[in-house]
Design a protein. Structure first.
Length: 61
């Protein structure tokens, strides 16, 4: 559980840094994501999740 909470905290850190460095680009990306069809977002989300699981497996396995 500690690993999960640490990972979640790192997500917050990374997102916070991105919003601090380039708020306009992040807002533009959010607008573009909102205009995409749900199937596209679902596909990219699944691909990203699989890459993340593979990375954790390789790093921690």
């Amino acid at each position: 559980m500690t690993d999960f909470l640490t990972a979640l905290a790192l997500v917050f850190v990374i997102e916070g840094i991105l919003y601090a460095i380039a708020p306009g680009a992040m807002a533009d990306m959010a607008r573009r994501a909102a205009s995409q069809p749900p199937e596209t977002l679902r596909r990219y989300g699944l691909i990203t999740a699989c890459v993340g699981v593979a990375a954790v497996w390789l790093l921690r396995g």
